[in-house]
Design a protein around this ligand. Structure first.
Ligand SMILES: Nc1ncnc2c1ncn2[C@@H]1O[C@H](COP(=O)(O)OP(=O)(O)OP(=O)(O)O)[C@@H](O)[C@H]1O
Length: 225
């Protein structure tokens, strides 16, 4: 369960939003510039909001009123950025195990779930965009996070890679049951992955609804024009 309230004024945008959710996969959906990435950054501890409170499963990560701000390194948040951000000089295997201490029981399972077996000795620059994203997702999950944050994980991939990564994400959701926050401005991704949708517009929550009530066709039409 996530409880989040935050206020932060940038020069061009004032974020002022609050939501709570029991969803396993929660989508933050909205146009570019709405403030979605800022919410992820606040959860990860990369943005220190002017005021706010964030708790996941009852563990308080931030509570400005009480002077609580758990450091990034102790938040146990897995963050997958749009561009993967792998270490270019390390093999896929070493990227996956970066920051993992000792033998990792989940390694073989993660390699299998993400279809990475044939790629382990390759370097990131020899991988396709979809393969890089799969490695980034595996690396984030192997650190045993309390939450997985996915920021537009399919943007920039061509159609076939998108479908593949999406299939892997759905499989992970079924098998691992890790609490996930997905940022997307694509209604079809939201519909394929999320259990609940928080619609953000200009720094505010304008709607929160279970996925069954999310009207993909209407959202698509709005995206198109
Ligand atoms: N570091 C910053 N300094 C100043 N303003 C910022 C900063 N980060 C974000 N903003 C402001 O907040 C707005 C929302 O940014 P954010 O990345 O959170 O939105 P988003 O919904 O994730 O959009 P996108 O999908 O384009 O990444 C930006 O357009 C900008 O006005």
């Amino acid at each position: 369960m996530i409880e989040l309230a935050l206020h932060h004024a940038y020069a061009d945008l004032e974020l002022d939003l609050a939501f709570r959710s029991d969803a396993r996969t929660l989508a933050l959906y909205g146009d570019s510039g709405a403030g979605k990435t800022s919410v992820l950054n606040a959860i990860a501890g990369l943005l220190a909001p002017q005021s706010g409170r964030i708790a996941i499963d009852g563990d308080v990560l931030l509570d400005t009123a009480r002077g609580v701000a758990v450091p990034v390194s102790r938040r146990r948040i897995g963050y997958v950025f749009q561009d993967g951000r792998l270490f270019p000089h390390l093999s896929v295997r070493r990227n996956l195990l970066y920051g993992v201490e000792g033998p990792h029981a989940q390694f073989a399972m993660m390699v299998e779930l993400l279809g990475l077996g044939a790629l382990l000795e390759r370097r990131p620059d020899s991988l396709s965009g979809g393969e890089r994203q799969r490695v980034a997702i595996g690396r984030a999950l192997l650190a045993d996070p309390r939450a997985l944050l996915l920021d537009e994980p399919l943007t920039g991939l061509h159609a076939q890679a998108r479908t593949q990564v999406l299939d892997h994400l759905r499989r992970l959701k079924r098998e691992l049951r890790v609490f996930t926050v997905l940022v997307s401005h694509h209604a079809d991704e939201v519909a394929a992955l999320a259990d609940e949708v928080v619609r953000i517009d200009a720094g505010r929550v304008v709607r929160q609804q279970p996925i069954a009530e999310f009207d993909v066709r209407r959202a698509h039409a709005a995206e198109a024009g």
